[in-house]
Design a protein around this ligand. Structure first.
Ligand code: ZN
Length: 161
């Protein structure tokens, strides 16, 4: 059986960024199981999986436009440190909760800290990044009627929805 249409696929994967930093991996745990052809994975990865069989292994570099989108420079802001004075031990990489002018809460990442300023990034964490996936197809099976109806995978012993 190959990956085609709406079938249930299990993969082991490692996601690495351009600089070699591993951001996500199924290694040491259960594989990721998803319903193919329902856009539950990022577009570039799902497209590459089509036609693969169990045991197939591949590496793929997914550009931002097929991943989490390009970086929006308008969502990167330089602010005075004094604005963030109440945050203890401000460090690059910290995630802060911010309120936009409409009163909505959003998460921003502290990208850079200097003595007087901080750079805050409100893009999705992986926006603008080339995503390097190392993928091994672990299992493929036909989807059940119920799974097709719901549009997602049902794990064993999970019939509650
Ligand atoms: Zn369901």
């Amino acid at each position: 059986m190959i990956i085609e249409g709406k079938c249930v696929v299990s993969i082991h994967y490692t996601l690495t960024l351009e600089g070699g930093q591993i951001v996500d991996s199924s290694s040491g745990g259960p594989p990721l199981t998803y319903l193919h052809d329902t856009q539950s994975l990022i577009h570039g990865l799902e497209r590459e999986l089509t036609g693969k069989g169990v045991g197939d292994r591949f590496e793929i570099a997914v550009p931002p436009e097929d991943g989490y989108g390009p970086l929006d420079p308008e969502l990167v802001q330089r602010v005075e440190r004094s604005v963030l004075a109440e945050i203890e031990d401000l460090q690059p990489g910290m995630q802060l909760e911010a309120r936009d002018p409409d009163g909505h809460t959003r998460f921003v990442i502290v990208q850079e800290v200097t003595e007087t300023e901080a750079v805050l990034n409100a893009n999705p964490p992986l926006a603008g990044q080339v995503l390097h996936f190392d993928v091994l197809v672990d299992a493929i099976r036909e989807a059940t009627e119920e799974e097709l109806e719901h549009g997602h995978v049902h794990q064993e012993g999970d019939h509650s929805h």
